[in-house]
Design a protein around this ligand. Structure first.
Ligand code: GDP
Ligand code: IMO
Ligand code: MG
Length: 427
């Protein structure tokens, strides 16, 4: 049996989409368990680039079943847009299923996301404004509406109508804005309900059956560990659990179904949105990483903040996810530097710190302590084996393994499928 959890080990955008697509050629099933269409996962096949937000990145492999699990917050508008984009390109979308327990994102969630952010003023989080936080708020407050509710039209419309009234009251009284058009939302969602029914299943049973039959199941993480609501840089986080623990409740499986945890690790660090970032570079080196790595958000188009590899972060990530291997991504982006820095500890008021702290005020005071590695200054995008990599690149990989304490099982040297170097079997 193989249940491989694939998690983002930093602040998201580590290249999860590329690795899921790559590994999915051997997968029978790919399952998302958290987040929503705040995710932006890029898959490049030949010259064509696909941006996936809600649909698992296994969809471009014709055999895998793709599941949107119960822990995902499901936006029907985003889903149908994505489906249309894939179908236009001739992609087979017949093996996509949505959990009957997933919570639905409504226009009022997007509106509340925007209003909450505006109300935070300078303290805003920099969310994707996809309504993710407000949808999870409703779920936790027990006012959410789930995909299984779509099967009974009358009671669905009744619940929705009640929720729109409640949200409009807040929008008008608290935020002094115009109410949302209730009838338009009801009509939009009445249409979605009809179109969604064939996709909705008790997906927990499908995943369980696949695992029982010893099939290869990939669990696709969205966002990154440092954006975890409990374990990340709170409050500058998302509203779900992107760490490996999120897959159990989010896919409806037992922890024993996960046999390995692969941490997707960028060879440097990026972050979109606000929040602390110890190794951030504000100079031309940061700009060079951004331009070489095309570091602009897939979902919002925002420039990503860039910095050197932060080993304190990835070491923490290894611990909280139980990483059993690392997929090192975007190594080629560092090919032009004379010297490459890796942070292996923080200096906090003269003291060496190796455990990622909870307090943001402490983090703000932390300075990176760097180890320097000589750059390889060679194009590595055509390297097909580990042996072909320059010695300096191997030194860099070794330094990461030493800091994090986990083996690097694959190295990505470009966005395409064949720009992936394996060091043994992953899956
Ligand atoms: P995700 O959210 O973790 O799936 O990552 P994103 O898709 O948001 O961002 C990763 C970006 O890096 C995408 O544009 C990928 O096409 C690209 N990418 C992935 N792996 C590599 C790599 O090894 N080298 C380069 N140059 N680009 C890569
Ligand atoms: P993928 O799956 C990077 C960030 C947002 C913001 C914070 C909260 O592509 O790696 P939210 O809309 O979730 O309430 O925003 O989380 N964020 C991501 N950053 N990659 C992502 O997904 C992200 N999804 C959310 O920028 O800082
Ligand atoms: Mg992304």
């Amino acid at each position: 049996m193989s249940g491989l959890a694939v998690v983002g080990s930093q602040w998201g955008d580590e290249g999860k989409g590329k690795m899921i697509d790559y590994l999915a050629k051997k997968a029978d099933m790919v399952v998302r368990g958290q987040g929503g269409n705040n995710a932006g996962h890029t898959v490049v096949i030949d010259e064509k680039k696909y941006a996936l937000h809600l649909i698992p990145s296994g969809v471009l492999n014709k055999d895998a079943v793709n599941i949107i699990g119960n822990g995902v917050v499901f936006d029907p508008r985003g889903f149908f847009e994505e489906l249309e984009m894939l179908e236009k390109d001739g992609v087979d979308t017949t093996k996509i299923f949505i959990s009957d327990r997933a919570h639905i994102v409504f226009p009022y969630h997007r509106k509340m996301d925007e209003l909450f952010e505006k109300a935070r003023g300078k303290e805003d989080i920099g969310t994707t404004k996809k309504g993710i936080g407000p949808c999870y708020m409703d779920k936790i407050e027990r006012n959410g509406i789930r995909t299984c509710d779509l099967f009974e039209e009358n009671s669905f419309i009744e619940k929705l109508s009640h929720e729109i009234d409640r949200k409009n009251e807040m929008i008008v009284k608290l935020f002094e804005e115009k109410p949302l058009d209730k009838q338009a939302i009801i009509e939009e969602y009445r249409d979605y309900a009809k179109r969604l029914l064939p996709y909705i299943k008790d997906t927990g049973v499908l995943v369980y059956e696949a695992i029982k039959q010893n099939k290869n199941v990939l669990f696709e993480g969205a966002q990154g560990s440092m954006l975890d609501i409990d374990l990340g840089t709170y409050p500058y986080v998302t509203s779900s659990h992107p760490t490996s623990g999120g897959f159990t409740a989010g896919c409806g499986i037992g922890a024993g179904s996960i046999t390995d945890v692969l941490g997707i690790v960028k060879a440097y660090t990026t972050r979109v949105g606000k929040g602390p970032f110890v190794t951030e570079l504000y100079d031309e080196i940061g700009d060079k990483i951004r331009e070489t790595g095309h570091e602009y958000g897939v979902t919002t188009g925002r420039p990503r903040r860039c910095g050197w590899f932060d080993g304190v972060v990835v070491n923490y990530s290894a611990r909280i996810n139980g990483l059993t291997g690392i997929a090192l991504m975007l190594l080629d982006v560092l090919s032009e530097f004379d010297t490459i820095k890796l942070c292996y500890a923080y200096d906090y008021k003269g003291e060496k710190m190796v455990n990622f702290p909870a307090r943001l005020d402490v983090l703000e005071e932390c300075k990176p302590i760097y180890q320097e590695i000589k750059g390889w200054k060679k194009d590595i995008t055509n390297c097909k084996t580990y042996d072909e990599l320059p010695q300096e690149a191997k030194e860099y990989i070794k330094a990461i393994e030493e800091i994090v304490g986990v083996s690097v099982k694959s190295i990505s040297v470009g966005p395409k499928r064949d720009q992936t170097i394996l060091r043994g079997e992953i899956f």
